[in-house]
Write a protein that binds this ligand. Sequence first.
Ligand code: AMP
Ligand code: MG
Length: 408
Amino acid sequence: MKPLREAQGEVIAGIHRMGTERIGIEEALGRVLAESAVSSEPIPPFPNSAMDGFAVRASDVASTPVVLPINEDVPAGTVPSMTVEPGTATRIMTGAPMPDGADSVVPVEDTESGTSDSVTIVTGVSQGSHVRPAGGDIATGDVVVEAGIRLSARDLGSLASIGVSPVVHLQPVVALMSTGDEVVEYTTENLGPGTIRDTNRAVLRGVLDDLRIPYVDLGIVSDNVDELREAYLHAADVGDAIISTGGVSMGDFDFVKQILRESGSVDFWKVAMQPGKPFAFGNVDGVPLFGLPGNPVSTFVSFEQFVRPALLAMMGATKLFRPQIQGVMGEDVTTSDQKDVFVRVMLAPDSDGSFVAVKAGGQGSNVLSALANADAFAVVPVGVGSLSAGDPVKLEMFTWNENRGLDE
Ligand code: AMP
Ligand code: MG
């Protein structure tokens, strides 16, 4: 069996990065930045008030109360025309540029309105109070978002603040198919004898949608040499990556290998992980092919461990793997000590706030309901084999965004 980490390394080494394009910020959510976004100006661009109040010289309000004449009003979006001379003030709104001469803002709460052209300052301020300096958020030349980041809504705000249209990697188009004579469309109302509804394509389309990766759904392909060959060749034609499920167990696989001999190469792996030991990886006409095991939980785990990181790498991302955090096992578990085992667990906080993990249901690789109920994988590594209630455990948070590179 191939160690999981080694297998993941081979997959990442075996794919290529997509090209790049410049797009609008409105299209950029979830895309991976290809060129670091650098600010060509300071943000904020000018010193401005953090409060509604009065721009003053701090030395003028050192002893209070003090009455200051108001030279003008400066709402946000306008520019001061007057200098704050000693012993005067400008009425200023949040976000408005600071007038020359003033070094501080007295919030309106610390004043009493006198006449319309004077103000009584009740509480003084120290120099620089409530002033947002130019460049206080971002300095000229700062890298605002680094290349390799998959853009979040917050990153879009940072890009917008510096007026940069991002250069991002293209998204791979995934060609997707399920295989198996027993598999029928999930819209089937009355299942015929020996048939099951296709759950894998429902899950895979969902995870691709989550990644905002486009796909071509090639449907269900039967276990027939000619149909399979045609489907894989068509997939290579329309996709930048191919995902198929089913047909990767030992016997079946030789069949696929034969089919693809002329147009590509694909290897059958036995990975030291559970679920998801059988996995096929290769290419059809140069397009990477990920052959996932048919059992629905195995499909998901293999997608998480191999395909998601590989697609992220194709998209140019530097972070490929989900966060792993420390938790506590809430019950005894016994697993194979020959494999990295991904136990599907539900999490609940204990009295000190640690995550306590209990099995989310049956651990068979066909038990999709337990996976659907799960919050995380409790990872029981090769060589461990069993954990007792109260033992520390590594939790892989498959609902959180990736934060690890290959060697982390
Ligand atoms: P296979 O990898 O083709 O040997 O399939 C392993 C198990 O997964 C079998 O019990 C299949 O019936 C089941 N299976 C295969 N494909 C799917 C699918 N698309 N949806 C649900 N179950 C499937
Ligand atoms: Mg099958």
